[in-house]
Design a binder for this molecule. Structure first.
Ligand SMILES: [Zn+2]
Ligand SMILES: [Zn+2]
Length: 425
């Protein structure tokens, strides 16, 4: 069902790409990559048994990156209010040398990440722009899910300090772990507790293009955003001469155009129009107007910002991308920006290369399972004991007679001893 939907969406997007392509074919500048994407879909099938020569679909796990190429995947592009077709903000950045970084991990995005079937050990570095749930709401899901799936190291989170201690990333993650104490304690007795930790690297939100991460040829910088209070930031990632900018929620600010200069891919929010916010998101008119003025960015302002940045390719996100919403936002952007543009939705993929940037849709399975990485499983800490009281233990129903039917054979096949299968208390 989902795949059908996604294919349908791809067709719509390709159709939109053709329209955009026609628009740009009349422009004197170089053709934007969306045009190339649309053209790529038009390869001929030369016989009834031949394969289609060019595809405009990315099937996760089937393409090696070139050593100097970056792939960016939108794993969430929507709003705080949940919907199945769009999770909240999350962008996965994959570098040609294998390094991977998550930028935001909003509510619902973990299922999209999982559908890419990347081993949990490769998804341990998360950069958070700000602490609204639609930007970090699935951190707990990745934390516990990856842990149970065999991640061998703690997660590492980079995020801004707030205006005061209780508004910062460190406070948020520490309290998330406190809230999930029962989860941690009960898992740590059966699986290795180390991957159940989260290390936090907090930095000053006021840093102006400050380096917050520098390792293995990757430089990630932070600069402030203006959104709902002190603390929110945007990020840029530079690797191998390519620059990706991930804008967090923000009203237009002077830092983004300044520090995004030279961007290959510039991602920034473009909010739903105020009439849409009234009609479809049930906001009163005052708030519908202020949303686009005070703490988010209108389509026209997004266009103005991108005209200042002039990236090789711009990406607009943070709107419900429907047939009756995207065109008003698109037209608003086109009032002020005529460069290459993607109207992002979940599972949109950009391959960023020196000679071209290609936008496609990923088609990934709804029924994805975790994929083991090279690390293998860590051993559990058998010195930890669960904290059952006699009250609970006395409630166990004896089903050893029926479990015998499979257990003996399973133990033989896997070389298990009685101690291995001793459930303790
Ligand atoms: Zn926000
Ligand atoms: Zn948001």
């Amino acid at each position: 069902m989902r795949n059908k939907k996604q294919l349908g969406m791809s067709v719509v997007l390709v159709a939109a790409g053709v329209v955009i392509g026609v628009y740009f074919s009349n422009q004197p500048n170089e053709l934007p990559s969306v045009t190339k994407t649309a053209q790529a879909a038009g390869g001929k099938v030369k016989s009834p048994t031949a394969i289609a020569p060019d595809r405009y679909v990315y099937y996760p796990g089937t393409e090696a990156l070139l050593p100097d190429e970056i792939r960016v995947i939108a794993c969430g592009t929507g709003m705080p209010s949940a919907r199945r077709s769009q999770a909240a903000t999350c962008f996965l950045v994959e570098l040609g040398d294998g390094q991977k970084f998550l930028f935001d991990i909003g509510s619902g995005s973990h299922a999209n990440i999982q559908s890419l079937m990347i081993p949990a050990d490769f998804l341990t570095k998360i950069f958070i722009t700000h602490l609204h749930t639609d930007h970090w709401g699935d951190l707990a899901s990745l934390w516990a899910g990856g842990w149970t799936a065999g991640r061998t190291t703690p997660l590492e989170v980079w995020g801004p300090k707030g205006g005061r201690e209780d508004m910062g990333t460190k406070y948020a993650v520490e309290h998330l772990l406190k809230a999930y104490n029962w989860d941690y304690m009960t898992r740590a007795v059966t699986i290795n507790p180390i991957p159940g930790q989260i290390k936090v690297h907090e930095f000053d939100y006021k840093g102006l293009n400050e380096i917050i991460y520098e390792e293995k040829g990757v430089t990630i910088r932070s600069f402030p955003a203006i959104h709902s209070g002190d603390g929110p930031v945007s990020f840029s990632l530079v690797w191998n001469g390519l620059k990706i900018v991930i804008g967090g929620d923000s009203a237009p600010n002077k830092w983004y155009p300044e520090y995004s200069q030279g961007a290959d891919l510039a991602i920034h929010e473009a909010f739903m129009t105020s009439p849409q916010m009234m009609r479809k998101y049930n906001q009163p008119p005052q708030l519908a107007a202020r949303i686009n003025l005070g703490f988010h960015t209108s389509a026209q302002a997004f266009g103005k910002i991108m005209s200042m940045v002039k990236p090789r390719h711009a990406v607009a996100y943070h709107f419900f991308n429907d047939s009756d919403t995207r065109y008003d936002i698109y037209q608003g952007i086109r009032e002020t920006y005529d460069g290459p543009l993607s109207m992002a939705t979940d599972m949109m993929v950009w391959n960023v290369r020196r000679d071209e940037i290609v936008e496609r849709m990923a088609v990934s399975p709804d029924e994805a399972w975790d994929v083991p990485g090279p690390g293998g499983h860590l051993k559990p800490d058998r010195s930890r004991k669960s904290e059952y009281t006699d009250f609970t233990l006395e409630g166990r129903l004896d089903v050893s007679d029926v479990n015998k039917r499979w257990l003996e054979e399973f133990m033989k096949q896997n070389g298990l001893t009685a101690d291995d299968v001793n459930i303790g208390q």
